[in-house]
Design a protein around this ligand. Structure first.
Ligand code: ATP
Ligand code: MG
Length: 551
């Protein structure tokens, strides 16, 4: 399958097309609203591709990047920068400046006063525990707060004093006056402002009261002229509150909230909170550890941005809850790398191969194609001399018919080079093979041997005298269980082999391998230089994916 980036159709795009056709909207505005409390993950990539994809595909459409920053205790400006970087890397551009919900704190405060003035909000002094008790549950109605009928003037006075910092955290809150008997718990007089004496990464110490998500989000959407506010299904029962707030304040815009199912991915956690715990517990090194399903982790591992966009397109957008196979993400990555990754040679677990009939003083530059199926990718020259490295797994003293590699007294082709025959080998005191001695046939460069000899199999190699040492980090999925989020103890679900480190050699052409640039290491897998740890003095390559699916 080729990766042509065509617009996918889905129920949300159908709604948008209807709205354009009926003239409900002349232009379309979406937004991507991350909370800056962690790094973006593959689930966010789905939401980004949906929101920014719509902005790209419709004329007069745009998408805002808005940080949903109402909880200063959990947020950090480092996350803001990381998120901007990830969205840009994925290939998208937001409209105008980056926005923050905190840009609207003054307006939000004014709208809260409007609600109080129209007797639709009140200052409540119930404790957290009492508030919970009064709220009731799914089977029993809630009870009205004893503070619910406070006179408007008193509410205005107390709310102003909450803002002025006169009251302790938790002692008071502003609540919308809706319906304590509503079957929808979200409508039972939700809290819309709380006291928090916290420094905010954008507004510093200007505020000691902060608006709650449900009050903030809909108003921010309306202020920005968002027409379609797309969110995941868990917000379905927030929608009546979203609409209630906008219906009860003096704002004309009425954005429409539409929910879609979140991405769940096999073997993968998609929750910032849980991913953050993996770092805290030293299970991974950082947010961009190549085993993390974060955008920065996948980038560092070598997943091309286009393959993540392709994946988002293939999984589609629906309201059905489901879990996507990890193999389908990897298939998108492999298809991209197979087409775009130049071939090179690297030996990950080296033993020496000595060609006894090759002149000691001689060395050659052999021409190798960079891609067997794509001539446009050109060729390169690879040094070849009497001593080479091959992979330990590519030589056996004896092997059955299925073992199409080098066997004692048998011939094999060295990729892009000659046919050699293994004549002898040496071992160390523990019996490990340390070197293999062979002889080559000078007449077999670039052509098959004559006299009816059949050479089955090709192995890769690196010149032992002209190469670069390198570290290889072989990554695999972090969890062995299908749904790690359901595990009581995440430790028992870990894959002990999620990272295996090897030390070997790469061909000289990889000396200045650009970080994140994909290569196919012949017969080994897709690799890229690590964007943090690799340098000319110490090359480090991450395995992006094995050549074929292994599970
Ligand atoms: P997390 O639980 O990881 O913190 P979140 O939903 O709280 O996720 P936000 O920063 O609030 O994270 O999310 C920004 C946007 O990304 C929201 O619109 C949210 O619905 C969407 N999103 C988050 N996770 C997923 C997912 N797994 N699939 C699709 N969209 C998602
Ligand atoms: Mg969240």
């Amino acid at each position: 399958m080729t990766q042509v980036e065509t617009a996918p159709s889905n129920f949300i795009r159908n709604i948008i097309e209807d709205d354009l056709q009926t003239g409900k909207h002349q232009s379309i505005q979406t937004r991507f609203p991350p909370e800056p409390n962690g790094y973006l993950h593959i689930g966010h990539a789905k939401s980004i591709c949906l929101n920014f994809g719509i902005a790209e595909d419709y004329p007069n459409a745009a998408c805002n990047l808005r940080f949903d920053d109402t909880n200063p205790l959990k947020e950090d400006v480092d996350y803001v920068h990381a998120i901007e970087k990830d969205v840009t890397w994925l290939g998208f551009k937001w409209q105008g400046e980056v926005r923050y919900s905190s840009n609207y704190f003054d307006q939000l405060y004014a709208f809260a006063i409007e609600l109080i003035e129209s007797n639709k909000a009140y200052v409540c002094e119930l404790s957290a525990e009492q508030t919970r008790e009064y709220r009731g549950n799914l089977t029993s109605k809630g009870k009205n707060s004893p503070f619910r009928d406070r006179p408007i003037a008193e509410n205005l006075d107390l709310f102003a004093r909450m803002r002025a910092g006169e009251f302790k955290e938790g002692s008071m809150m502003l609540r919308a006056k809706i319906d304590m008997a509503s079957p929808n718990m979200k409508m039972r007089d939700p809290v819309i402002y709380r006291i928090r004496f916290a420094h905010h990464h954008q507004t510093a110490d200007k505020w000691c009261i902060y608006p709650m998500y449900d009050f903030t989000h809909c108003i921010s959407d309306a202020i920005e002229g968002v027409t379609h506010s797309l969110c995941t299904l868990e917000f379905e029962d927030h929608r009546p509150l979203y609409e209630w707030v906008l219906a009860n304040i003096s704002i004309a815009a009425k954005p429409r909230q539409i929910e879609f199912s979140r991405l769940n991915l096999q073997y993968t956690l998609t929750s910032k909170r849980k991913l953050s715990a993996l770092i805290d517990e030293n299970i991974v090194t950082s947010w961009d550890d190549p085993r993390m399903p974060t955008i920065s982790g996948m980038r560092r591992r070598g997943y091309p941005a286009a393959s993540l966009r392709e994946f988002s397109k293939r999984i589609g957008v629906t309201k059905q809850e489901n879990t996507v196979e990890l193999a389908s993400l990897e298939a998108c990555v492999r298809e991209n790398l197979e087409a775009n990754g130049p071939r090179v040679m690297a030996v990950l677990d080296p033993i020496k191969l000595i060609i006894t009939n090759y002149d000691e003083d001689k060395s050659e530059l052999l021409i190798a194609p960079n891609h067997p199926k794509d001539e446009r990718m050109g060729t390169r020259s690879v040094p070849f001399s009497r001593e080479l490295y091959i992979d330990r797994a590519d030589f056996k003293v004896e092997g059955n018919k299925k073992y199409k590699r080098l066997k004692l007294n048998k011939e094999i082709r060295l990729r892009n080079a000659y046919v050699v025959r293994a004549d002898d080998y040496k071992t160390d005191e523990t019996g490990n093979i340390t070197e293999v001695h062979c002889s080559y046939d000078a007449d077999t460069l670039g052509k098959n041997p004559e006299d009816g000899r059949k050479v089955k199999g090709v192995i890769h190699w690196v010149d032992a005298n002209n190469n670069h040492p390198a570290e290889f980090r072989l990554y695999d999925r972090l969890f062995l269980v299908d749904n790690p989020a359901a595990e009581e103890d995440i430790h028992t679900a870990l894959n002990p082999d999620s990272l295996v480190v090897k030390k070997g050699f790469v061909e000289v052409n990889l000396a200045d391998a650009e970080p994140e640039k994909a290569y196919q290491f012949e017969r080994e897998g897709y690799f890229c230089a690590d964007n943090k740890d690799s340098s000319a003095e110490h090359l480090v390559f991450n395995r992006t994916a094995a050549l074929r699916a292994t599970f």
